[in-house]
Design a protein around this ligand. Sequence first.
Ligand code: AMP
Ligand code: TRP
Length: 342
Amino acid sequence: MAETAHTKRVFSGVQPTGNLTLGNYLGAVKRFVEMQSADYQTIYCMVDLHAVTASWPGSEELRDNTRELAAAFIACGLDPSQSILFNQSQVPAHTQLGWVFNCVARMGWMRRMTQFKDKAGKNSEEASVGLFTYPALMASDILIYHATHVPVGEDQRQHLELTRDIAIKFNNDFGEPDFFPVPEPIIEGVATKVMSLRDGSKKMSKSDPSDMSRINLTDDADTIAKKFRKAKTDPEPLPETLEGLEGRPEAENLVNIYAALADMTPAAVIAEFGGQQFGQFKPALADVAVEKVGGIAARMSELMADKAEIDRILGKGADRAAEIAEPILDRTYEIMGFLQSR
Ligand code: AMP
Ligand code: TRP
């Protein structure tokens, strides 16, 4: 089978839960765009089935969040003629392979997942079963395409480890040593964990109750400038050396954000701004943020003005995705012995 040669294929997913942040952009979408120009086939998915594991936003909201995420992807530079862009629920092979992986993954593996513990909180008896088995569906998202590379932020590292364990166990248990590739997480660069602007020990998140804790891709220039101006810092000026950032999480976060936005190293940022007060650095940071992400919101609303076109793009993406996924699902069923007589 040609598929077992494991051509370089990138897959990643983002939940359509509304309001992409600068963390999503720098940790994920910007890197999706960079990989698009490299020599990979790239597949990017709006994981709408995952987006209902914590709560259901309502049908119209879910549809619109999915379209809005597609608009954000395109506005950030993903090109539907180069990358396959689609939403997960339109390709049933994800859930079909997800069931198989529910039977491959072990309870003990799932119980170790820290994201479940974080999201379920104290009252885990009330969490949905879907939230618990979420990582098996995520493994399926990746492996149903025999994807070899998965760009994600740091918070997804453990889920990627689990995906690798599932691939290895499937291959061993069913006697097909090379059937599923063991995919590589791509967690690189200075922005794999962008922190909250209000608390340097918490990651920047869509779901943080404080809007001041994050930059949303839909924020206008004034809002971006205000949020950076009010970002928590310590009273010291920026250090003259990189080592001087140790123990100063808020300062380190702002330096890393600048570096990621300007495509510089943190050392180069320190070389330029070391010794300056935050009163000088923050406006420079706001400028580079406005320059790099300030135009995304306007492009998104242009795209959202034609929802039918977005739906058409996603439908076409789903057709292309299904063409890759279906033969892999068929072969999985054949390997396991599920009788398929029609
Ligand atoms: P989510 O919004 O949870 O579906 O995340 C989509 C992608 O963005 C994943 O690859 C995450 O790892 C990444 N991501 C989310 N928040 C951050 C953050 N604060 N810093 C870096 N990457 C992030
Ligand atoms: N769990 C990921 C997140 O919350 C989203 C996701 C679902 C994903 N399936 C995926 C990411 C497959 C990479 C590959 O960010």
